[in-house]
Write a protein that binds this ligand. Structure first.
Ligand SMILES: NC(=O)c1ccc[n+]([C@@H]2O[C@H](COP(=O)([O-])OP(=O)(O)OC[C@H]3O[C@@H](n4cnc5c(N)ncnc54)[C@H](O)[C@@H]3O)[C@@H](O)[C@H]2O)c1
Length: 375
C-alpha cells in the first residue's frame, strides 16, 4: 500500500491511518449486487481510496448500477474476468475483491457447464494472477454451497408450525441448531456452482501458501438487500418482495410444498462492514476461511417471508404449492458465524425486517426501472 506524500500524521490510530493511506481496490463483479454495494460502502467510508468496479454486465440489471457507481466516485471498467487482457487498463491494485460469478445453483445443470466454469473458476485464476502481479491481497466471496447437498439433507431436523429447524444434537460433526461450522464435511456433490467456488477456494489457498498472497475467504449464506436483481434461481428475498409488490405469482416448491424450507440471510451492509474490517486488518484474517451470514437470529422460511411481504407491501398474492423438490435444493441452511466472530468481533447488526424495508424502499424509489427486470 502506498502512502501519499506529506500526509503522514503522527497518530498511530487506525481510523486516521485509513484516511491517509491511498489504497487501490479492484472489485470484480463491481456492477453486481454485492460488488456495487461494497464499492459504494467502502468509498463512503474511505473517500481517499481509489476503487475500480470491473464488470462485463452479464447479469440483467447490473447496467443500472453504472451511474450510481460513477456518482459516488467509483471508476467503472467494462471487462470480462475470462480475458486476462481486460485487466491491462488497471495500473495498480492493493486489494482485489472477487465478487464476479454466475451465482446460480442451477447453472450448468440443464445447460453447458462451460460458461459457469470459465467465469467462476478460470476467471478466478485470472483475478489471482492479477493480484499476484501487484502483490495485492485477495478477498473472495465464496458460498455456503461448498457444503455437500446430501450431507446437509442428512442433518436431523424438526418440523415446527412455520419452519424446519435443525436439532441441537446431531450425528454429523459441524452442525447444530445454530448452523453449519467450517468443520462440516466437504465430501460429496454440491452442484456445479458450489464446486466452481470450492475449486476457487483451493486455488486461493495455494496462492496464499506458495506465493505469499494475503487472502481471506468469506463463505456467505444468502445475502440480500437493495440493488439485488432477484430472479427465480437467485435472490429469493427480492423475488418474493417484488412479486408481492408487482402482484405476480409465486410457488412453494419442494419439501411438501408448505414453504417451510429455511435459510439465514445477511444484509449486504453487514457484509460490507466485515469486508471493510478485513481490508484494514488483513493480518488478522490472512489465510482464513470463515462462514459468514445472518445466523439463526436473521433467518426465515418462505411462509414467514410471505407474511412479512404481505405486511410490508400491503398486498396478498396467490401462492401455488409444488410437492416435488427442485434439483440441488436443500431443506435448511444456517451459517454458524462463531469463527469470524471470535477472530474479528464481527456479527450481523441488521434485522430481517430492516433488510426487507430497506429493500422495499429501494424498489419503490426505482420502480420504473425495476418493473421489467424484477417482475
Ligand atoms: N447473493 C448471494 O446470496 C451470495 C451468496 C453467497 C455467495 N455469493 C457470491 O458473491 C458474489 C457476488 O454475487 P452477487 O449476488 O452480487 O451476484 P450478481 O450476479 O449480482 O453479481 C455478479 C456480477 O458479476 C458480473 N459477471 C459475471 N460474469 C462475469 C465475467 N465473466 N466477467 C466480469 N463480470 C462478470 C455480473 O455481470 C454481475 O454484475 C459471487 O461470487 C457469488 O458467488 C453471493
Amino acid at each position: 500500500m502506498r502512502v501519499l506524500a506529506g500526509q503522514l500524521v503522527q497518530s498511530r490510530k487506525k481510523t486516521i491511518l485509513a484516511q491517509i493511506i491511498f489504497v487501490v481496490i479492484l472489485i470484480t463483479g463491481g456492477a453486481g449486487f454485492i460488488g456495487s454495494n461494497l464499492a459504494i460502502y467502502i468509498k463512503k467510508k474511505f473517500p481517499a481510496y481509489r476503487i475500480y468496479a470491473f464488470d462485463n454486465l452479464k447479469r440483467r440489471g447490473s447496467e443500472l448500477n453504472i451511474s450510481r457507481l460513477k456518482e459516488q466516485g467509483v471508476e467503472f471498467v467494462h471487462g470480462d474476468i475470462r480475458n486476462a487482457e481486460d485487466f491491462d487498463v488497471i495500473p495498480h491494485v492493493d486489494v482485489v475483491i472477487d465478487a464476479s460469478a454466475d451465482p446460480s445453483v442451477l447453472a450448468g445443470i440443464d445447460s453447458s457447464v462451460y460458461p459457469l466454469i470459465n467465469t467462476n473458476l478460470f476467471g478466478t485464476v485470472n483475478c489471482l494472477e492479477l493480484a499476484d502481479k501487484f502483490k495485492a491481497a485477495f478477498i473472495f466471496l465464496s458460498t455456503s454451497r461448498v457444503y455437500p447437498i446430501q450431507t446437509l439433507e442428512n442433518c436431523l431436523f424438526d418440523e415446527l408450525d412455520t419452519r424446519f429447524v435443525w436439532k441441537d444434537k446431531q450425528n454429523i460433526a459441524g452442525v447444530s441448531s445454530k448452523g453449519i461450522t467450517e468443520s462440516f464435511s466437504l465430501e460429496g456433490s454440491r452442484s456445479f456452482y458450489g464446486t466452481s467456488k470450492l475449486a476457487s477456494e483451493l486455488l486461493i489457498q495455494e496462492y496464499n501458501a506458495l506465493k505469499g498472497m494475503k487472502t481471506v475467504i468469506n463463505r456467505c449464506g444468502v445475502v440480500s438487500g437493495p440493488w439485488q436483481m432477484g430472479k427465480v434461481d437467485q435472490g429469493v428475498l427480492v423475488l418474493w418482495l417484488a412479486r408481492h409488490h408487482f402482484k405476480g405469482s409465486l410457488s412453494y416448491i419442494g419439501y411438501g410444498g408448505k414453504g417451510k424450507q429455511m435459510r439465514d440471510v445477511m444484509h449486504v451492509d453487514d457484509l460490507a462492514d466485515l469486508v471493510c474490517y478485513q481490508i484494514e486488518n488483513l493480518d488478522t484474517v490472512n489465510g482464513q476461511t470463515c462462514n459468514v451470514g445472518g445466523g439463526l437470529d436473521v433467518s426465515f422460511s418462505l411462509v414467514e417471508l410471505t407474511a412479512l411481504c404481505q405486511e410490508i407491501t400491503g398486498n396478498k398474492i396467490a401462492i401455488a404449492s409444488v410437492e416435488q423438490n427442485r434439483v440441488a435444493d436443500i431443506r435448511i441452511y444456517v451459517s454458524d458465524y462463531s469463527k469470524i466472530n471470535r477472530l474479528t468481533g464481527w456479527k450481523p447488526q441488521r434485522s430481517l425486517r430492516q433488510l426487507l424495508t430497506d429493500t422495499y424502499d429501494w424498489m419503490k424509489l426505482n420502480e420504473h426501472n425495476l418493473k421489467n427486470i424484477l417482475n
